[in-house]
Write a protein that binds this ligand. Sequence first.
Ligand SMILES: CC(C)[C@H](C(=O)O)[C@@H](O)C(=O)O
Ligand code: SF4
Length: 472
Amino acid sequence: MAGKTLYDKLWDDHLVKQRDDGSCLIYIDRQLLHEVTSPQAFEGLQLAGRKPWRLDANIATPDHNVPTDKAERSEGIAGIKDDTSRIQVKTLDENCKAFDIVEFDINDVRQGIVHVVGPEQGLTLPGMTVVCGDSHTATHGAFGCLAHGIGTSEVEHVLATQCLIQKKSKNMLIRVDGVLGAGVTPKDVVLAIIAKIGTAGGTGYAIEFGGQVFRDMSIEGRMTVCNMAIEAGARVGMVAVDDKTIAYVKDKPHAPKAEQWDQAVDYWSTLHSDDDAVFDAVVEIDGASIEPQVSWGTSPEMVIPVTQPVPTLAQAKDEVQRNDWTRAYQYMGLTAGQALSDIPLDRVFIGSCTNSRIEDLRAAAEVIKGRKVASSIKQAMVVPGSGLVKQQAEAEGLDKVFVEAGFQWREPGCSMCLAMNADKLQPGEHCASTSNRNFEGRQGNGGRTHLVSPAMAAAAALAGHFVDVRHF
Ligand SMILES: CC(C)[C@H](C(=O)O)[C@@H](O)C(=O)O
Ligand code: SF4
């Protein structure tokens, strides 16, 4: 019998029951809750007179709707001007109180984007099944977890039973070997992968990211890559556990201690694909060939190396792509063949669950140190992923680097990643953004998003347009 993939192992270890039609019941170790996708789930529980099955498997924090402006934030929930947003955040507080679920609320220093908070607290640990009513839950796969987003009715199901009905996906290996060039970051790797396989490339698969590039990559970098598995069509993205994973989780507040730690490490050390494991699909990319990437269009697959011009219709692979590109040129206000450096940038956003961890902020600060944001940029903002990331960055003096350069230093939350709070683009504005989605209207009605790494966003803010950070 062939060996098992990491995904097979995680699946088998959590399988409660399999039916003849292939549908399975799997056990869920951790559920993260935020204000947008939990209200109906709690309401369902309440109507049915149920209680959560395992209270301490759940953890909640508001992130999408919270203001990132210091003055607004200092007022707590009252500082949220939009009624719907305020009600959602308040409802999360009330539900967590009523059901006795631990919440890092808007005033708690541990509050932040769920996908930053879970790993930071050691609530995400290797080998766990992790779910959240949020498509970017794959982020946690960086720890060798089986992690994916679920819908609101499933949130209720997990609260009530700690189980989930699932069908097993196929196995895909994306192997990136070699060594990344200087100035090429995990974000560039994942954007290059999506450019290659497309936004449907991973549909139906659980993706394992393997090869030297991921072995060499920091845990934070692995989170950035796994975060965007969903943008490649896969609900699950993961990386095998290694010494770095174990060192990263050690001493986190919720990590196991003493004897339990040793037992956990023994188990975690088995969480990698066997040498003779068989994948249903394998994609190979040469790491050394990856350049800093910039998205030019309205889908995360419309991505090019910074050295290339916006593609022309002659480069499209078929009629469907020609139509998509034609519409994208129009929405983005670009012409085919145009140099990326000619795109006038209005705003720069460094943040989101893709790139708001300490390492991301350090990478941006490194580029910015001692320089100034270009006068043509209307707003450049840095939004740490959690209160603790903010604290850490301040302890390292990064906030000063940003503020002296002309960046705004904000309070933690999803912010300008999506237009669910006060941080938005105006129609027609171009934004260099470290987030993960560049759909039409994603950052505000008519807004034009260009996905980049923190280093590329920082360089763009200083230059006023896209530049190759390797020569900046
Ligand atoms: C609001 C939430 C359900 C959504 C998601 O599922 O990902 C959001 O986080 C996003 O990034 O689009
Ligand atoms: S930061 Fe963006 S992608 Fe991440 S959870 Fe928030 S809205 Fe979704």
